[in-house]
Write a protein that binds this ligand. Structure first.
Ligand SMILES: *[C@@H]1O[C@H](CO)[C@@H](O)[C@H](O)[C@H]1NC(C)=O
Ligand SMILES: *[C@@H]1O[C@H](CO)[C@@H](O)[C@H](O)[C@H]1NC(C)=O
Ligand SMILES: *[C@@H]1O[C@H](CO)[C@@H](O)[C@H](O)[C@H]1NC(C)=O
Ligand SMILES: *[C@@H]1O[C@H](CO)[C@@H](O)[C@H](O)[C@H]1NC(C)=O
Ligand SMILES: *[C@@H]1O[C@H](CO)[C@@H](O)[C@H](O)[C@H]1NC(C)=O
Ligand SMILES: *[C@@H]1O[C@H](CO)[C@@H](O)[C@H](O)[C@H]1NC(C)=O
Ligand SMILES: *[C@@H]1O[C@H](CO)[C@@H](O)[C@H](O)[C@H]1NC(C)=O
Length: 801
């Protein structure tokens, strides 16, 4: 990574916009409904910001992670959708019907999504000055070397050049807006606004060198969620007054620095019985005063320096360097032009593909840090009070996909947001849900989760009745341990999560009373968003296989006092009898349900989800545990047939980006670089718009961030196959094989990777030849997790560690 540019804060640097990997535009981002199709996103995990608007009338759309409507801030006694009395009395009947007739329903267990709420926008900070309605030489960049959003322009065709820089700092917990000019700046006016909310619930004020904005999400009882934001100017560097409209007016010479802090009184640690499920924490007013004052006293240079160091420490953990044969990287090339000019039928554009990969890493560390909520359906960013699907946590692919890139690219720390969120908001209510709905131990959640412990089922059966979400997330828990080897974390947080989910499934699995084959199966179950409610869905069986295996593998790493021999014995016995969710259809694909084909469900389908391939990618219960990747051609062929039948991910009601990048990743695991790369190109062509964000359906809003993250995951799966072995204890003794470059297309010839993490804690650099075959690998660090052979796609040994 480059060192921070020392010229940045001098007048000379005004000419220097990003010269490396950057999003670039020669026109300002639009506000309103096009904000998420034109703006570039920045954030520090907790805070999100999107600068937009023309020179002289710039605004920042601001987000704070926990600002939600709904929950206990909207209704007394909010209980996460759980029923007031047990419903599990219906369960034996539900199960019996399904075993008798093959399919059934589970509507008796449905809950409701009342007061579920929604993530919502905090407001705009506007930064205006007179005289810029006419401007020239406008440039806007988001520099992925330092995470700073910059604009540069001249006003009134004069010689004065003005530049703005905006970044959100994790170390200082503020966003910073800096304006500088080669000549004296006009008077700059700063104020907060939110036109979307009931104005009587808002308070705005200007005092001294500070503007404040605070509010409540609702009037009356119970008290709404409180939020507060402050924008502060260093009084030493400027003369400030308050206008009659309450705007801060700054006369500052050639530079102005505005420091922004925002918070709510939400506290996820208070979402449990001990705290009366209040989710309520400290008043945000004093918090934002303290944070903004502390940041303000540092001064701009120090704030920038601390931000850049933090940003580069994470971004610099990994690099992918693809060639730029089309010479796309130039100050004069608009990113939107590259994306608009990109086509599936073309030869791709490695520069753009690399840029989207880097942007995914930027988006993850901007939306998920140790003190924030995890990245939601829109990461951290919305301009609305009611974003699509509440910008919540959908967990039948979406939140999982958000984190596909974390472990291997040195962003493991972004996942602490996810672990804390699960431990604090899913486990307490989900333990009740497990008991009330399933008479089960452990904990469970379903498909859609808010920040207030909603763990029950919502109304819509087909989408809601999905208790396998937590089992899927447990792959992330176990993977994170394998990549980081952080045994203290495994013991204190990772293993308790795993154990709770394993307990749920231990007490929920049933003897298969349809086939009477002695296997253990889930009943009721379904495949996300398609097909019948039935028993032994391949998706569930594969995921439960992984959960049980992780519990057993974890035993040797956890503290002896955490071990529980009876539980381990029960998991071992259940794993032995578990149906592993791997059956073949007559047409050569993987069956999605164990149900006989005569029921008519297992025909070819172009459905967007690949649920029955979850154990192929992103999971490994069929790609690794069944020895499918290395050797078993019947499994490989069945996966291929399934992928062919599933099509390109553009079917029926959703031409979704996540469906395409998931397919790309699966094809990569078949060593099929041409098809994997084709799917990646198709995703960019169909779903990515000019500001490099992915839209949900073709290029139509809403924005949904999963395909941005999943894009990077798919690229990683083209770069490496690093699978665990069943019973991870064996990793210590057996030699494991990692394949570098299973599916690197020729178009990426001459590229290289630095800092790829592998299981066991090792790290490698590698590069490839003109055919995309890896020919050089260097072990950077060995890790502690056992012996590994690094081979290329042709099976040649490259290195050992
Ligand atoms: C707990 O919450 C309920 C419902 O919101 C309220 O009626 C009750 O007074 C609260 N109890 C305590 C001890 O705060
Ligand atoms: C730019 O021009 C407009 C009208 O043409 C004028 O009102 C304004 O004061 C000028 N601004 C500056 C900074 O010179
Ligand atoms: C801006 O300045 C340039 C060069 O000084 C001149 O060619 C151009 O006509 C000016 N444009 C306007 C709108 O005044
Ligand atoms: C922010 O400003 C834009 C453009 O003026 C406006 O459309 C939008 O409603 C504002 N957002 C809020 C929350 O007021
Ligand atoms: C609920 O589970 C407990 C413990 O497994 C069991 O003893 C009890 O019979 C179950 N009740 C019903 C109604 O299934
Ligand atoms: C491949 O996997 C299938 C399904 O598990 C199994 O039936 C078959 O025996 C395996 N083939 C080989 C060669 O191991
Ligand atoms: C992919 O290549 C690796 C390394 O040569 C090999 O072990 C594996 O079996 C191949 N997989 C497929 C699906 O061909």
């Amino acid at each position: 990574m480059r060192a921070p540019n020392p010229l940045l804060t001098t007048a000379v640097a005004i000419c220097g916009l990003a010269d490396g990997k950057a999003l670039r535009s020669s026109s300002p981002a639009d506000g309103g409904t096009s904000l998420l199709q034109t703006g570039y996103l920045i954030g520090n995990g907790k805070l999100g910001a999107i600068p937009f608007g023309p020179p002289g009338a710039e605004k920042l759309n601001l987000n704070v992670d926990s600002l939600w409507s709904g929950g206990p801030f909207e209704v007394e006694g909010y209980n996460g959708g759980n029923p007031s009395s047990p419903l599990y009395g219906a369960l034996p009947g539900i199960r019996e019907r399904i075993f008798q007739s093959g399919t059934g329903g589970m509507d008796e267990l449905l809950g409701n999504g009342n007061h579920y709420g929604s993530n919502r926008v905090l407001g705009n900070l506007s930064v205006t000055f007179d005289g810029a309605p006419s401007y020239t030489n406008y440039k806007r960049t988001l520099d992925l070397d330092d995470g700073v959003h910059r604009t540069k322009f001249r006003i009134n065709n004069s010689s004065a050049e003005i530049a703005s820089s905006v970044f959100c700092s994790y170390p200082d917990q503020v966003c910073v807006y800096h304006l500088e000019s080669t000549e004296r700046l006009p008077v700059v006016a700063v104020k907060f606004e939110n036109h979307l909310v009931e104005q009587s619930l808002l308070q705005s004020s200007c005092e001294g060198s500070t503007v404040r904005h605070s509010g409540l999400t609702q009037a009356g009882s119970p008290e709404g969620m409180k939020y507060a934001a402050v924008a502060r100017v260093d009084p030493k560097s400027a003369t400030t007054t308050c206008s009659s409209e309450g705007a801060l007016q700054i006369s500052a010479g050639k530079e102005v620095t505005i420091i922004i802090s925002a918070e709510t009184n939400y506290d996820q640690k208070a979402g449990n019985a001990q705290n009366n499920w209040s989710f309520k924490g400290a008043d945000p007013g004093p918090v934002v005063e303290r944070i903004s004052s502390a940041a303000s006293s540092r001064g701009y240079d120090s704030l920038l320096d601390r931000h850049v160091r933090d940003y580069q420490s994470l971004m610099g953990e990994f690099s992918l360097e693809l060639p730029d044969p089309l010479r796309s990287e130039s100050e004069d090339t608009d990113t939107a032009g590259l994306i608009e000019g990109y086509s599936y039928d073309g030869t791709g554009n490695p520069y753009l593909e690399n840029l989207l990969f880097d942007y995914a890493r930027h988006l993850l560390l901007s939306s998920s840090r140790a003190n924030s909520l995890p990245a939601n359906l829109q990461g951290r960013w919305t301009e609305s009070l009611t974003p699509a699907w509440s910008a919540d946590y959908h967990a039948n692919i979406n939140v999982q996909m958000n984190y596909w890139l974390a472990d291997q690219t040195g962003l493991a720390e972004t996942q602490h947001a996810l672990w804390r969120y699960m431990a604090d908001t899913w486990v307490p209510r989900g333990t009740e849900t497990a008991r009330l709905l399933y008479n089960a131990s452990g904990w469970v959640v379903h498909n859609e989760m808010n920040v207030f412990g909603f763990t029950a089922m919502k109304e819509d059966a087909l989408w809601a009745n999905y208790p396998a979400a937590a089992a899927w997330l447990m792959q992330h828990v176990w993977d994170s341990f394998e990549y980081t080897q952080d045994a203290a974390w495994l013991d204190s947080q990772g293993y308790p999560l795993l154990k709770g989910v394993a307990s749920f499934w231990l007490s929920s699995l049933q003897d298969d009373r349809f086939y009477h084959d002695g296997s253990l199966v889930a009943n009721p179950c379904n495949s996300p968003e398609t097909g019948p409610t039935t028993f032994s869905c391949a998706h569930y069986q594969q995921l439960i296989h992984q959960v049980f295996d992780s519990v057993l593998a974890a035993q040797e790493f956890i503290h002896p006092s955490s071990r529980d021999p009876q539980f381990v014995a029960a998991v071992t016995a259940a794993l032995e009898r578990l149906d592993k969710g791997l059956h073949f259809s007559s047409w050569g694909g993987i069956k999605e349900w164990k149900l006989p084909e005569s029921f008519g469900y297992d025909g070819k389908s172009t459905h967007r989800h690949l649920s029955h391939l979850v154990g192929w990618y992103p999971g490994y219960s069929i790609s690794s545990f069944a020895n499918g990747y290395g050797a078993n051609t019947s499994i490989q062929n069945a996966v291929r047939e399934t992928l062919i039948s599933r099509g390109m991910g553009n079917a029926e009601d959703a031409n979704a980006g996540w469906a395409k990048v998931w397919r790309a990743a699966c094809w990569a695991r078949l060593n099929d670089s041409a098809t994997a790369y084709g799917e990646l190109r198709y995703a960019i062509d169909q779903n990515f718009v000019g500001n490099a964000l992915s839209m949900y359906s073709g290029t139509e809003p809403p924005f949904q961030i999963d395909a941005n993250f999943g894009f990077a995951g798919a690229v990683l799966s083209m770069l490496v196959v690093d699978l665990p072995v069943a019973d991870g204890a064996r990793m210590r003794t057996d030699s494991r094989t990692v394949v570098l470059g299973p599916a690197i297309p020729r178009e990426w010839a001459g590229g290289r990777v630095k800092g790829l993490r592998i299981r066991g804690g090792g790290m490698v650099d590698f590069s490839w030849d003109a055919r995309g075959v890896v020919n050089r690998a260097r072990v950077v660090s060995r890790g502690t997790g056992g012996r590994v052979r690094l081979v290329n796609v042709e099976g040649h040994l490259l290195a050992e560690l």
